[in-house]
Write a protein of this length. Sequence first.
Length: 123
Amino acid sequence: MVQEAQFAATVRDPIIIEDPPINIFVETLLKKYKKLKTEVHRVLDQYGIEGYRENLETLLNPDVLDRLRKVYGLDESTIQYLQVAIVNYILIQHIEKWFLYSNRSELSRSILSAQIDVENWLS
């Protein structure tokens, strides 16, 4: 009987690539991403809305939005604010993923992807 070997590795410290324009761009995206996420969580806290923090994209579902209107009394301006913030949040994830995985050699992509929590943009 042959057993398959399993390999697991953890990158403890990110590998920094000395390329200031790239680092500034990635840092800017990350700051905006965190700010939008915090703003959406603030609105959820304000209305006492639970159960959507792990998957904010769910809040774009029309049925979910109708439920939030009825159960929590969200007005249209708050709904629109949440929609715009979440769409921007998703766009930043896609831009970051596109940026890190385009126009780079395989090695550079691997090194760059270790800098940022890959699970955040792949989930």
